[in-house]
Every structure is written in C-alpha cells, then in structure tokens.
Design a protein around this ligand. Structure first.
Ligand SMILES: [Zn+2]
Length: 693
C-alpha cells in the first residue's frame, strides 16, 4: 500500500479526509489532477480500436480522480466556504472548464462511440452499456460535433450568441426588478403585515436611503417594496390597501418589457436561434431536441398530460375563485376580485381554514425522532439497515455524522448527514450530492456514498433540535434522491444511481418519499411533543393534509399556463411570424385561466426558466415528475397502506426497479416494470383532491 499523500486532495481512493482539507491544498492538487487527466485523455485519443475496458477503464480512472480531488472542493464551497477557499476555487476553475470542454468536444471520442454503436458486438452489450453509448452519442450530436465543418462554425457561433443572450436576458430581469420601488410611509398601509415583511422592507429602505433621510425602523417605516419575490409575494398576501397591490402587480407583470431593459427582442432572437439550431441537427423544432434527452417521448405525450390535468382543474379553480369572492364580500369588499386581489384573499382563507404556525408544529418534530422515523420507514420498505458509524470517519464539522446502509448485514452504501444551519460558511437550502460513485477500482468495488445536507435549527442548550413540517418534508425529499444513489446495483458509474437518469424522471424517488409525510401512521410515529411527549393531535394532522390540497386547481392551472406556453413557443410557434409570443400566451390562457390575461401582461419577458435557465421545452418536467411520484406512491395505496406484508413487497419491488437500476434503463421501462403500466396522471389528480372517486 502506498502511503497516504500529505495533501488530502491528492489521495486517489477511499473516503475523502474532510477534516484535513484546507484552501492551500486546492491549487497543487488540481494542477496535479489536470496533468494526470490530460495525460490519460491523450492516451484515450491515441487508442486504436480499443476494447470497452481499454477505453472506459481510462475514462473511469479520470472520473475517479476528479471524484477524489475536485468533488470535495465543490462540496466545501457549499458547506465550509471561506474567502481563501473561494479564491483558490476561482483560480483553478478556468483550467478545469477548459479541460471539460475539450472532453465534451472530442471528435475522436465521438467516432469511437459511433463505431461501438455500429459494431457487431453492439447487440451483446448490457443495457447499461448501451445507454452509456447512446447518451454520449446524443449529447455529442446535440453539441454539433457531427455537423460538416462549414455548418459547425455557424452552429458554434449561434451557441455562443445564445449564451450571451441568456445572460443579457437575466441581467435585464434583474435590472428591471431593481429599477422599481414603492415607498410605503403611511403606517395604516402596513397594518396586518407580518414582522418578517416589515423587517425585510425596512432593511431594503435603509440600504438605499439618502443621508438626509431619516432611518427606517420595522415598526414605523418607511418600508420599501421591491419586485423581488421574497418581498412582493408577502406584500400581496398582506397589504390591505388594494391600490398599492394593483400598482405593484401591474409593475411586476410588465417587468423587462419596455425601455432600456426590454427583453421582447431577446425572446424572439433566442427562440429563432434555437429553432434554427434544431433544424441544423435534423429536428423540426427545439422541443424535439429537448425531449430527445428526456423521458417524455414527444410533444404529444406532454400535451396529453397537460390536457388531463387541465380538464380536471378548471372547475375546482372556478370554485377556488368563488370561495375567495365570497370571503371578500363577507369581509366588506364590494368590488369584483382582480388579479392583484387573489394572493391577499387566498392568504385570508388559508389562515381561516388551515392556519397552524410553524412554532406550534415544531414542538412535535424533534430532529432525532424524525430521523429515526425516516430510517425505520426506509428499513421496512426496502429491507435494509441504517447504522451510524462512530469514530474513525473524517468529517468537516463535529455535528456531521456518517452512516452506512447494510443489506443482509453486508454494507452497500454510506452517507454523510450535515443537519444544521451554519450561516457563516454553509449555503442555505437542502440538497443531496454524490460523494463517491459505485464503481470498480483497482482496489475493488467502491460503494456509493452520498452527502445529505440540511439547514435545520441546531439544538440550544439542553433542548433538542426541532423541525418545521416543511423541513421534515425536505429531509424525506433529499433522502429519496439519496436512496436512488445509494441503493443502486449498477457497476457502470455513468448510469449508476441518479447518473444518467433523464431529468424529467429524476424527482421521482424524492417526491415519492415526501408522500410518506402525509401517511398518518408514519408521521404520527415521528412526533412527540417536546415537553409532554404527546403525539401530534388528529386535528393538526388534518390541517396539514388539507393544506396540501388548498387551491390545487388554481395552482395546477398556473403551472400549466407556464408549461403549455413554453412547449408551444418551442414547437409550433414561428418566431417573427404573424403571432407574437404574447399572442401564444393569450391563446394558452384562454383554456387555462379563470380570469382573462391582462393586456399588459408581459410575464414572458421575465420567464428566466425557459429563456435563461435550463428549462426550455422542459417546464412541463415539474408536473411530469409529480405524475410519476404520485403514481408510484399509488402502488402502495393500492396494495393497502395498512397491510404490512403488501407494503413490504411493494417496497422491495420499488427498490429493485427504480432505485436499483437508476440510469441503466430508460425511465419508462423501469416505471412500467414497477407499475405494470404507463404512468397515469389521474392518480396525481386524486392525490391532490382534484378528482373524487
Ligand atoms: Zn429534488
């Protein structure tokens, strides 16, 4: 055995030595990593008719070195950030990016994959290996590798322009958002605001206050309303002054649609470049390009889902509006409700029907008990054991723990759990990340290891850490991603666990796990009041469940408006033709909106998901994944949630299909293996109360 290198980031296998990593290790380790990677990659490109093992053996070694050196650096950026680390990261990043572009655009590799695809041996490859080749070929082709030289140059220019336009689009949204402000000075207008809103808007005011103006306090104002969602959303929910709601609402829906930050032409240009590139690649439109890498087979399949959800949501959404109008009238509002009234009255109705404060609920959710509840659920469903590993494992913080998962007493995976918030060096939110992939190495089989990171409130003194219900749900969600990574049985790292899973299917295990938080015995089993030890009262459980269905029809229609507009803009729509992008939205809203679209509605000019994010012709994925996860949970409901034997059998089936095989099979095949049929959207509709049996 070689001695472990002094620089922990230079080790070549095993669990990272997290407690030793320092910013000073980054530069020398990454330099060595890139040297080795470039050398190995040169060798790969020089191979003549390599066997699978020769080719992928080397590529896999490179990946493993990145996993040992580069992954922990990214992880530290999120959980143990410092100015030194950030500086070191920024210093090495350009070289790493340069290397990854070289690999992605390697024509030699592309030819190699093609010859494997065309060889006689193709048919005898495992489905995992076929998927690897097909995914690599497709991604290379979509980046333009296979185009003839004269087209390639043009294609690359367009890619470049698209990336600049996306950036410009985002900046315009940001600048337009920042260009607006509404200063509220009359304390009567701030009546009924929650303290969090008063704090935020008072802080916002002080940030840009001129020296000769008096300072704002949360209690007395002035308060600055901006168009940032964390401010304007609660403002609409709580501001009693209807005119102020209208002003801000109108400003919000016309962001970045006129003047110096106008995105209208950027939208058109982006859509037409995407369409043109799609045609160069041999597709009819960009939607086909996007779907070629996703689970949904084609535009029609997505539209069929839209239509099923839409039909079921229309009447409930009309009822939602009637409920609000009724409540408003009873409360003395004489006007007919408009768009800017919805959030306000919906919040009043929610308070009336389901209000349980986080503070009340938290008392029932003790962190350790929730964790044990989650683990025992997983143990029951998937026939595994979760055990904390004491001692010897190196962690980056004393509060971080390391667990291993066993099956039939054999270890199959490990995970780090970083539970508490540390605002000084850890980013917010919760996530699952890969630490190590399951792979064969010169030292033998490496088991998969995950990072599970949350931001819960740490224990104070003797009192235990308490969780909000939302935090419990999030923990289950991330653990679902983790399970797919950890319970994989695939040995090809490219398609093991969550790797290689089409991204409209990747939220299946995570949202599936969330469902258990609404399963009464599971949830009750995790609760115990921190002082009395009493389980959650039935009445509170009912509120949690009913709040989940609140305004489900209206919310679905809103998501469908975005999803359907996105899909039409990237398929049938002809940029710079007779119709404008806003005409497309209006047409969609004729079937998805209870209130007609306002003439000045220019939401598309700020729709970053599709114009500047990765969701172009992909916004439907949110709903698609919900359909899958609801339907997967439906299998357990059908088996009988109180029939222990049936639950265990269904759980093992879920483990052996969706969790174990992950990216090694097309998600539709896996889903059908598990469910015995294609996904059925009506299960989701029933689950959110939009379809009564
Ligand atoms: Zn997720």
């Amino acid at each position: 055995m070689d001695q472990a290198p002094a620089n922990p980031l230079m080790q070549k296998s095993g669990l990272p030595r997290f407690d030793e990593i320092e910013a000073g290790h980054v530069l020398p380790a990454v330099q060595e990593l890139l040297q080795t990677a470039i050398k190995l990659f040169d060798e790969v490109e020089a191979l003549e008719k390599p066997t699978w093992e020769e080719l992928f053996g080397r590529l896999d070694r490179i990946d493993q070195y990145f996993e040992q050196t580069w992954k922990p650096i990214g992880h530290f950026n999120s959980v143990k950030n410092s100015s030194e680390l950030r500086a070191a990261y920024e210093e090495v990043l350009p070289e790493v990016v340069k290397y990854s572009i070289r690999v992605a655009q390697s024509e030699k590799l592309y030819e190699e994959y093609k010859s494997i695809r065309e060889s006689e041996a193709w048919e005898s490859l495992s489905s995992a290996r076929k998927r690897i080749i097909e995914q690599r070929l497709l991604s290379a082709e979509l980046s333009g590798v296979a185009l003839p030289d004269e087209l390639k140059e043009k294609f690359n220019e367009m890619t470049h322009e698209l990336s600049k336009l996306g950036n410009k689009f985002s900046n315009n949204v940001l600048d337009a958002t920042n260009a607006y402000e509404l200063i509220v000075t009359d304390p009567a207008d701030a009546e009924g605001w929650p303290n969090s809103l008063k704090n935020l808007t008072s802080q916002a005011y002080n940030k840009t206050r001129k020296d000769d103006e008096p300072k704002s306090t949360p209690a007395t104002g002035p308060w600055k309303i901006t168009l940032e969602v964390p401010i304007v959303q609660p403002f609409w929910q709580h501001c009693q002054n209807r005119d102020l709601r209208e002003q801000t609402y109108r400003a919000y829906i016309s962001r970045a649609s006129s003047g110096e930050f106008d995105n209208t032409e950027n939208c058109n240009r982006i859509l037409s470049l995407r369409r043109e590139q799609a045609k160069m690649l041999g597709y009819n439109n960009y939607a086909e390009v996007s779907l070629s890498e996703k689970m949904a087979e084609n535009v029609e399949a997505v539209q069929e889902m839209f239509e099923t959800l839409r039909k079921a949501s229309i009447e409930p959404a009309k009822d939602d509006l009637d409920d609000l109008q009724k409540l408003a009238n009873e409360s003395g509002e004489t006007n007919e409700l408009k768009q800017w009234d919805i959030a306000y009255w919906a919040e009043r109705l929610r308070e009336k029907k389901y209000e349980v404060t986080d503070e009340v609920l938290r008392q029932y959710f003790q962190h350790e008990r929730v964790l044990n509840g989650l683990f025992s659920l997983v143990e029951r469903l998937f026939d595994v054991q979760v055990r904390e590993v004491d001692g010897d494992v190196s962690c980056w913080e004393p509060t971080v723990r390391y667990y291993m998962i066993f099956k039939d007493d054999q270890p199959v995976a490990g995970f780090y759990y970083d539970p508490y918030s540390r605002p000084e060096n850890k980013r917010g939110g919760a996530w699952m990340d890969v630490c190590l992939n399951r792979r064969h190495t010169p030292d033998g089989l490496q088991l998969p290891v995950a990072h599970l990171v949350c931001n819960c409130t740490p224990p104070v003194g003797d009192s235990p850490s308490l969780m909000t219900f939302r935090e419990v749900e999030t923990l289950f969600h991330e653990f679902g991603h983790g399970l797919q990574h950890m319970l994989t049985t695939v040995d090809e790292p490219d398609v093991a666990g969550i790797n290689g899973v089409e991204w409209d299917a990747v939220e299946l295990p995570s949202q599936f796990m969330e469902n258990w938080c609404y399963h009464k015995p599971t949830l009750m089993g995790m609760t115990a009041h921190v002082e009395t030890g009493e389980p959650l009262p039935d009445e509170l459980f009912e509120k949690i469940v009913n709040a989940r269905h609140f305004r489900a029809g209206s919310d679905t229609l809103r998501q469908l408006t975005f999803g359907m507009t996105d899909m039409l803009l990237h398929s049938e729509f002809i940029p710079n033709g007779k119709q404008s992008i806003f005409d497309v939205q209006r047409e969609v809203m004729q079937s998805t909106a209870i209130m007609p679209m306002l003439p000045e509605d220019r939401m598309l000019c700020a729709f970053q998901h599709i114009f500047a994010g990765g969701y172009a012709a992909g916004y439907y994925s949110y709903k698609w994944a919900e359909v899958l996860s609801a339907d997967a949970f439906g299998a357990f409901e059908e088996a009988g949630l109180d029939n222990e034997a049936a639950i265990e059998e269904t759980g093992r089936h879920f483990r052996d299909t969706i969790l174990a095989q992950g990216g090694s099979q097309h998600p539709m095949i896996l889903f059908e293996q598990f469910r015995g049929r294609e996904p059925d959207p009506t299960v989701l509709l029933r689950q959110c109360g939009l379809l009564k049996d």
